[in-house]
Design a protein around this ligand. Structure first.
Ligand code: ATP
Ligand code: MG
Length: 560
């Protein structure tokens, strides 16, 4: 916690869903709760999913309930086990544990088929042979009721036989489907005889070639919830109308679960400068606008991990934004502030010179060196200390030296004193420049006995700059990031290419960093003093070729 953050008493979060659960438990509707997080494995999870994960797993944790992880895998053409694996990894990394084994909607394909047959037997489902275009046309619009399909009144026997044929692969894709028989005039379009099974000659990542018909989301989801004993089925607001269908299906099948699940909707997370749609994120990956799903500029959980965000900071962010039914767009600074606050507490400190210029300490002998101690964290003594090697030649950042400057500039200036962090006070005497006027070397003198001490005349030196030993520092590549998009609401853009920030990655080669950073673990984010937070890149960092990613700057760059 930074010094000026007030200590607030921890309050139990509340929101409308918690109020519903409190009431349900009070009324003994359930003795315990079970929630689920139901991603479709058709992409990597993003920050919006983090909100849903924190909500569902957080409720289970706080109410001593259980939360299932269920892959909602009814559309084999877009799904892949790569996504299944990444989703498991992301949920675990965020710090949550699902109950039992991960579940798959495809585990229930046999049962779902049986319930579809049940609906047919009750005269509540029929095989339609209208084409997909005709079905759309017959469906009507928000202002116009739909029309009944000419196949709607087939007999139960005929429907059973045709559905069997569908299952046996005797129909071509798009020539038949199973529809629930509800109401073509309903004011809810989703209730106008929704398709519940369609034909897809497509291998499935879990069931292989066993099926050529696949159940639709609305039919699958409620039944899967009921089969798993889910009590509170929480989803985003776009499914509000579908709740009618959710309830209709459960009311008309013989699945008598003691905990008949109910669906509750909350508003999805929209984050400034970010896309929160797997489909659009996949486009960025496929078009190579980014370097994979875990590109550190991506708002994916894997991207945020590679960037150096901590799980705790993402959980804190999700807790701060809350759960409501209001549509809103959250500022990027809200997320970054959570990351900064957490990292300020936990990040080990190190020194890295991103734009190095050599400094020669002329009154320090070339064959001399000494070890100075630096704390790894300013307030956490448990973090210990490390050795800094002071040598005649060091590097400082180019931006930390000027030949002349006014009093506002509290860094190194010709003829003036500055403190090297955790080390001596030095004074700049002169400098070398190349033909273009760039400074190539700065010559200084150091003042003996000033490690942890003021100048001999008692004067304090205001400026403190970071540095590394030229002899011991190692070279590193540093990736500096900006937002991937130039506009706050990229989701609204028709053409991504026109709003992609082409300068969102700047690669710095030849930064000079403390030698122990060669062994940095990608799971540890450092504060490079006076520069920002950085972590080793999990894909490219090696001992021989260190690579660091900017996690977040020290200060909010979104403020005007
Ligand atoms: P996308 O449009 O990115 O594909 P989705 O809703 O289709 O998202 P799912 O895999 O079906 O993705 O989502 C799993 C769960 O995460 C669902 O319960 C969904 O409501 C929730 N979710 C998805 N996006 C968000 C978001 N931006 N904010 C909050 N919850 C979300
Ligand atoms: Mg979806």
């Amino acid at each position: 916690m930074s010094e000026d953050t007030p200590v607030v008493e921890e309050v139990k979060p509340t929101n409308f869903i918690r109020q519903i659960i409190d009431r349900d438990l009070e009324e003994h509707k359930f003795t315990s709760i079970r929630t689920r997080f139901p991603p479709e494995p058709n992409g990597y999870l993003h920050v919006g999913h983090a909100k849903s994960i924190c909500l569902n797993f957080g409720l289970a944790r706080d109410y001593n309930g259980k939360c299932n992880l269920r892959f909602d895998d009814t559309n084999p053409s877009k799904e892949d086990t790569e996504y299944v694996d990444s989703i498991k990894q992301d949920v675990e990394w965020l710090g949550f544990k699902w109950d039992g084994e991960p579940k798959y909607s495809s585990n229930y394909f046999d049962k779902l088929y049986g319930y579809a047959v049940e609906l047919i037997n009750q005269g509540l489902a029929y095989v339609d042979e209208l084409s997909p275009d005709e079905i759309r046309e017959y469906r009507g619009t928000l202002t116009q009721p739909g029309r009944n399909s000419p196949y709607r009144d087939r007999s139960v026997e005929e429907n059973l036989a045709l559905f069997e044929k569908m299952k046996n692969g005797e129909f071509k894709e798009g020539t038949a489907c199973l529809r629930a028989k509800i109401d073509m005039a309903s004011s809810f379009i989703c209730m106008r005889d929704p398709v519940i099974y369609r034909i897809k000659f497509q291998s499935h990542h879990q069931t292989g070639d066993r099926w050529c018909i696949y159940p639709m989301y609305d039919f699958t989801h409620c039944i899967s919830d009921a089969l798993e004993g889910i009590t509170h089925s929480i989803c985003t607001l776009e499914f509000q109308d579908n709740r009618r269908l959710y309830d209709w299906v459960l009311e008309h099948i013989s699945l008598n679960s003691p905990t008949r699940p109910h669906q509750y909707e909350f508003s999805r997370l929209n984050l400034e400068y970010c896309l929160t749609s797997k489909r659009k994120l996949k486009y960025l990956v496929d078009e190579k606008i980014v370097d994979g799903w875990d590109d550190p500029r991506m708002p994916t959980i894997s991207g945020m991990r590679r960037r150096g965000f901590t799980p705790a900071s993402i959980r804190e962010f999700c807790s701060r934004i809350g759960v409501t039914k209001q549509e809103n767009v959250v500022q990027m600074s809200a997320l970054e502030n959570c990351v900064r606050e957490d990292l300020n507490n936990v990040a080990p400190r190190a020194m890295a010179v991103l734009d190095p210029v050599k400094v020669v300490i002329e009154n320090y002998p070339a064959d001399q060196e000494e070890v100075q101690k630096a704390p790894n964290h300013p307030t956490d003594q448990q973090a210990g200390e490390r050795d800094l090697h002071f040598t005649r030649e060091i590097y400082i950042d180019r931006a930390d030296f000027r030949e002349e400057a006014n009093k506002q500039y509290k860094r190194l200036v010709l003829g003036k004193y500055v403190r090297l962090r955790y080390s001596y006070i030095i004074r700049a005497e002169r400098c070398d420049k190349d033909q273009d006027g760039n400074i190539t070397c700065i010559y200084c003198t150091y003042v003996p006995d000033t490690v942890g001490q003021d100048l001999p005349d008692g004067k304090k030196v205001k400026g403190v700059i970071h540095w590394v030993s030229a002899k011991y520092a190692i070279d590193a590549r540093v990736n500096m990031y900006e937002c991937l998009f130039k506009v706050p609401n990229p989701g609204a853009a028709e053409d991504f290419m026109s709003i992609v920030n082409r300068d969102s990655l700047k690669v710095i080669d030849g930064a000079k960093v403390e030698p122990h950073l060669a062994d940095a673990s990608p799971s540890v984010t450092y504060q490079f003093e006076r520069e920002g937070y950085f972590c080793a890149d999990c894909r490219h960092h090696t001992r021989e070729n260190p690579v660091f990613n900017l996690t977040v700057t020290l200060r909010d760059s979104f403020q005007a």
